[in-house]
Design a protein. Sequence first.
Length: 672
Amino acid sequence: MSEMVKISLPDGSIREMPRGTTALEVAAAIGPGLAKAAMLASVDGELRDLSRPIEGDSQLALITARDESAALEVTRHDYAHVLAEAVQALWPDTQITFGPATDDGFYYDFAPGSRGPFTDDDLPVIEEKMRDIIRADKPLIREEWTREALVAWFREKGETFKAQWAAELPDGEQLTIYRSGPADAPDGWLDLCRGPHLPSTGRLDPVAFKLTRVSGAYWRGDQNNAMLSRIYGTGWLNKKQMAEHLTRLEEAAKRDHRKLGREMDLFHLQEEAHGSVFWHPHGFVIWRALEAYMRRKIDAAGYQEIKTPQVMDARQWEKSGHWGKYSENMFVVPDEVPDIGGEGPVVSGDAQWMALKPMNCPAHVLVFKQGITSYRELPIRLYENGCCHRNEPHGALHGLMRVRQFTQDDAHIFCTESQIVEEVRAFCELADSIYRDFGFSYAVKLALRPEKRFGSDDVWDMAEAELRQAVVEAGLADPAKGWEELPGEGAFYAPKLEWHLTDAIGRTWQVGTIQSDRVMPERLDATYIGEDGERHRPVMLHRAIFGSYERFIGILIEHYAGRLPLWLAPVQAVVATIVSDADGYAAEVSAALRAAGIRVESDLRNEKINYKVREHSVKKVPHLLVVGKREAEERTVAVRTLGEQQQRFMPLDEAIAMLRTAALAPDMQEQN
């Protein structure tokens, strides 16, 4: 066996190095600057520690902070390990479980010992201990252990959770642990981990992380298991990145739709209807404006609106395939009047079961199947503002963003094979026009077949190819604009295109989708009469643009920080008096605005005008029309626009014309 190996580098050069050379030694041979900057190695596409030997001819790429995605992930993973070591150094009888990197940081789950659950008050102490470990620059050493040795070690140390996990790993497989500190150090700390890791803790920036909060978490996410303490943190490559992130968090907190929803009196949630929204009059104005806007858009695009039942026989969901995939998330009810006794309702054993619909698609197939459909009638586009229910776990619920009752702007297009690409392309154009009306940029992604799915590979090949072609024809298949394919993330019955919106502070939200489905028409026996006089299966395109009204409204509130465009604002103008002598004129102004179609309220309270201005600013009222004795005499108004420093004085008729034009929805402005 040759004692030298050939190492191919990204620039095309090849270096011959002794077998067993590490990536760090290769970096040092290239230059000391690279050795200092290198964080990880990619060896034949596999991310590895810099210290792992290279045993054969290989393709090598050295990962530095410039490779931000990989660099951030390993950095956050290392912060999680340092967090666990710090906690056990402070409270030795704490048990460790898991600690992954997340999109903006990391967390670690602990089983607290005698000290009891952790609280936010513990975080500063833990942070300081983490900094001590980072400044100590402890080497992070990879070791391979047998499963038996690892289980025995964890049991000896009282780490019952880690021992349980290790005992379930494949028998005979070499498992990797990472040790913090020299291998011969008696106080060396270690954890079960696949890796990779940075060469040492000193590669982390001691001021580029922050522990953010503590919450409860069940072992393995199962509420029947032990409750653990989860400590969250955010971690970055440098202090500047962290400062920018904390600024974004502060901005996100200001924009939180739950906070703004209270201040603007839009909605509330409460235990009596857990996971369902109580819309207040102002909030429902937003809903109605969106609903009217969407109806105009889908009417123009050739859709027919329908309404289908909330409760359907459970056997229908078995036929569609949803029962096997979603039954644990469905609300079911007996098809009989239960016997209400002293012990509560009792259902007989032979009762048929009904289910609240978690989605609209099977009902739309039933509408399509009424009568005989000819190929000449296709495509048929059925639209519904469909109210659905899903039994989401309590812990997953989050304001308007994750609810149990929601309404989708849902539609299903029944078409022939030859119509698919054109229908998807047209949907891409419709979605583009709507998202741009709200000021969103977006990326389109293609979610491909999952491991568990219905339908043959040939059917999936065809469906995925059709969606790709439609995106290309719509001009959206540009990686520079975020286009990518997502293996394994399609629905169980169809691949799907996803629209990922970017909001005003750079966050992304997955909202709209379109799915090309041949499975459900087959399972529910949907047919049309073809040109040959025979029965054929239509293709069913499932599509939505808002996704759900609840979540989309939540996104809009945060995107605009409550300062909704005038056409969506619940109250578009408030007429406020300076003195009571102007009350009569204020009533005239309000009546004139209302007659012009403006949503207006009057504020005639005996309060100072500055107090009124502040109060209506908090409620995000776009325009405040201030009137006093002079304005009444001159038939003018002083217009204060939210976010502007200077007020404008103008004749009443001019102010009404300005507001009437500005209050038109985007699609109606285009018509004007």
